[in-house]
Design a protein around this ligand. Structure first.
Ligand code: BT5
Length: 328
């Protein structure tokens, strides 16, 4: 009920709304209204209470509360309601928490979001740095009709959603997707994606895709070793801060849209969007995998999302995973 109360207060703008009117509206006691107001206040909402006039909303906290980031009108498949979004002040890793929920049959579309992580993860056990309250650190649960080998496609799908959300909110910034899981601004990384799965030989149980977006991080929020390679939307936006709530809402809306496009039209619509934002194809690249390092020109994506690279002898190499460095 407290989020419904918040909605009513917001609709009233700067004016007061009487406790009695709200009690009537929800058919509860005025004490029940007061208790909910107190819980909103505890969550950081500045609500003025006057015995004579009622309540009015003076300010909202910059927090990624489910009721603040759930898209409206409601999404169809992903984060369809605030109840499908699990919010934490701090967790070890949103991917880890969501995988535990997925093992207990959490439905597709469940989202875990945290203000901060104590053990944010990148690929191959690397660390993802997540300064509290400065970014969007969230994970999404998919149960798609795919074979396990196709899981990397979801990294591309999610990258498209991030690129589009950034484009909607900050059209002047040109976010580019570097295959497979990075998004860059002016050559620096502001977003990383980590897709993990649970599968048997031929059966995909679920995918958990974790997204880390540096939104309002300043230079000093990054450890020294990342300062030359990392950036944030705020830094790229002339140091003007960006609403995390609005961006998170847009991101969830775009993930839902991309996923539905894929279910309806297969991978092609996603590849088309990916190519629009990609900064990898046509470039000289170095691709490092656990087995080899190949230099060449990035030619295209294969039907499964693999990167095709032609070396200088004209041989085409196929990568489903790897570390790409763009070369001059
Ligand atoms: C990634 O791995 O880029 C995947 C990052 C996924 C993070 C999200 S946050 C929500 C969810 N929960 C998790 O625990 N993880 C996901 P990779 O391509 O391996 O890149 C990791 C490398 O990026 C590190 O080794 C650093 O060099 C660099 N890095 C770490 N933190 C960064 C940051 N905040 N911004 C830019 N670069 C960073």
């Amino acid at each position: 009920m407290r989020w419904k109360i918040l909605k009513l207060l917001r609709a009233k703008g700067p004016a007061y709304l009487s406790g009695e009117e709200m009690a009537r509206h929800f058919q509860v006691s005025r004490t029940a209204i007061w208790k909910n107001i107190q819980s909103l206040q505890a969550g950081g909402y500045r609500i003025e209470a006057s015995t004579r006039l009622g309540y009015r909303l003076l300010g909202s906290p910059d927090c990624l509360y489910p009721a603040e980031i759930v898209p409206e009108p409601a999404n169809k498949l992903i984060a369809v309601s605030p109840e499908q979004i699990r919010y934490y002040q701090e967790v070890d890793s949103t991917n880890k928490v969501l995988k535990e929920m997925a093992d207990k049959e959490a439905p597709e579309g469940t989202v875990v979001v945290a203000e901060g992580q104590t053990a944010g993860r990148g690929r191959l056990g690397r660390t993802w740095h997540t300064p509290a309250g400065k970014g969007i650190w969230l994970s999404v649960l998919f149960r798609p009709p795919l074979a396990p080998g196709e899981a990397p496609f979801f990294t591309l799908l999610t990258a498209c959603a991030v690129a589009q959300a950034v484009k909607n909110k900050l059209p002047a910034l040109n976010a580019g997707i570097k295959w497979p899981n990075d998004l860059l601004l002016q050559g620096r990384k502001f977003c990383g994606i980590l897709t993990e799965m649970k599968a048997e030989a031929d059966l995909l149980h679920y995918l958990v895709t974790g997204i880390g977006v540096n939104v309002n991080c300043g230079e000093k929020d990054f450890p020294p070793e990342l300062r030359a390679s990392a950036t944030s939307l705020c830094l790229a936006n002339n140091k003007k801060s960006v609403s995390r709530q609005e961006l998170a809402r847009d991101l969830l809306r775009e993930i839902d849209r991309c996923y539905r496009n894929f279910l309806a039209g297969g991978k092609d619509p996603i590849f088309a969007t990916w190519k629009k934002y990609n900064i990898t194809l046509g470039r000289k690249v170095e691709v490092k995998t656990l087995q080899e390092t190949i230099r060449g020109r990035a030619l295209d994506l294969a039907a499964d999302g693999a990167l095709l690279v032609e070396d200088k002898r004209g041989k085409t190499h196929r990568f489903l995973a790897g570390e790409v460095t763009l070369q001059a």
